[in-house]
Design a protein around this ligand. Structure first.
Ligand code: UD1
Length: 386
């Protein structure tokens, strides 16, 4: 008789994942694969923050992510209006679908909107890549990640430093130290990139003979003078500098008369091309001499691929990569960038900063923390302790 009141043995979780920008598609791929591996349901919502086909659809195709169930098509805008449009669209979907949890990734405006919409409706929020801090309040991402962490119910921390930040902010009871999901993304795609991408031949590049540059932070790219002076310094380096250009950066480049054009453009040793898909970009990272970037995600990809990384910022969220000697911080204001970059040649051991089997650990934690079975187990444990 009592057995009838037991929870069903196989509870099928219903998750709703929210993504909007390029780095989130990369994180979604292994996460979504693991969700499907458990036989759970996932609704994928694309906010439309990134909408150019080569910054969006291409990633879904290459990474084998199911097409989004919904695309809110919010597009560009001032941060408040952009986030508000996302919030409204996500709330409507959450009311209709009532998932067991909302999953948000990283630190973009889409992350903030998803976390806020879920919290307001009392739907558990899961934050993948929680606890990162740059301690630079002028970065929009810093606001997004702090707010998302405080709203979320389950925090997946990628590193020990991230765990420590969350502890300090009083959030330790919600933290799972899973490692970084990029580890799974690289493992899943490294061989595919090597075998399937023809980017080196297409661009007539020789392995180990070029630097790879990416820039997209407002602080680095919005002011034409800053961007121009940075590029002029980088051009002093030997060898080709390949620069796939983010749309934000493209706008400023045009004001300093560097055009991207269809086939790219070359100024001295700086070769400017359109943004690339993940497999081509991964292959270029693997074969580059060094990586120059202001991105967050690319710093850890460089580390995982054992590439020297020059971070063109005064601070980083991935402090451990700097401590290991494989990443160096060079603010764009420095006037001796080329010399310092030439002198940066890391070697030696790399501590395992980012963990392994990350998406599997995330699924276990979601099952334990959100499914009725997991919650029932928790209640039984609590009762036993009493
Ligand atoms: C966003 C994220 C950042 C992430 C980055 C990865 C925020 C606050 N920032 O920055 O954390 O590291 O994505 O790329 O969420 N644009 C296009 N086509 C596109 C996408 C953007 O032309 O497909 C243009 C828009 O006109 C916009 C500009 O690029 O003005 C910037 O886009 P936005 O979504 O505001 O932020 P990102 O700079 O891409």
């Amino acid at each position: 008789m009592f057995a009838r009141e037991e929870e069903p043995i196989n509870y099928t979780m219903n998750l709703l994942s929210i993504v909007g920008a390029r780095p989130q598609f990369v994180k979604l791929a292994p996460f979504s694969r693991a969700v499907r591996g458990r036989g759970w349901n996932e609704t994928i919502v694309h906010t439309g923050q990134h909408y150019n086909p080569n910054m969006s659809e291409l990633f879904f195709d290459e990474l084998g992510i199911p097409a989004p169930d919904f695309n809110l098509g919010v597009g560009s805008g001032e941060p408040g209006a952009q986030t508000a449009a996302m919030l409204e669209g996500i709330e409507e979907l959450l009311l209709e679908r009532r998932p067991d949890a909302v999953v948000v990734f990283g630190d973009t405006n889409s992350t903030l909107a998803g976390a806020l919409a879920g919290r307001k409706l009392g739907i558990p929020v899961v934050h993948v890549e929680a606890g990162l801090r740059s301690f630079n309040r002028s970065m929009p991402e810093e606001t997004n990640r702090i707010v998302a962490d405080h709203l979320a119910d389950i925090l997946f921390a990628p590193t020990c430093k991230a765990v420590a930040h969350l502890d300090r902010e009083g959030l330790s009871s919600r933290v799972f130290h899973t490692g970084d999901i990029t580890v799974d993304a690289i493992l899943e795609n490294r061989k595919r990139a090597e075998c399937n991408s023809t980017v080196l031949t297409d661009l007539e590049l020789e392995s180990g003979q070029f630097s790879l540059l990416t820039l997209h932070r407002p602080y680095t790219v919005d002011d034409p003078q800053t961007l121009n002076s940075l590029l002029n310094q980088l051009k002093e380096l030997d060898g080709t500098i390949l620069f796939p250009v983010h749309p934000r950066t493209r706008k400023t480049l045009e004001t300093v008369r560097i055009s991207v054009g269809d086939g790219g453009s070359i100024t001295g040793n700086l070769r400017v091309i359109e943004p690339l898909g993940y497999l081509d970009f991964l292959k270029l990272m693997i074969h580059s001499k060094r990586i120059l970037t202001d991105s967050g995600g690319i710093q850890k990809e460089a580390y995982l691929l054992r590439k020297p990384c020059v971070t063109l910022r005064p601070e980083t969220e991935w402090v451990e990569t700097v401590e290991s000697g494989w990443n160096v911080l060079l603010p764009v204001e420095s006037d001796d960038l080329a010399d310092r970059i030439r002198g940066f040649q890391p070697s030696g051991e790399q501590p395992p900063i980012f963990g392994r089997n990350v998406s599997r650990q995330m699924m276990d934690a979601i099952e334990a923390g959100i499914s009725p079975l997991g919650l029932k187990r928790d209640n039984e444990l609590l009762a036993a302790e009493r």
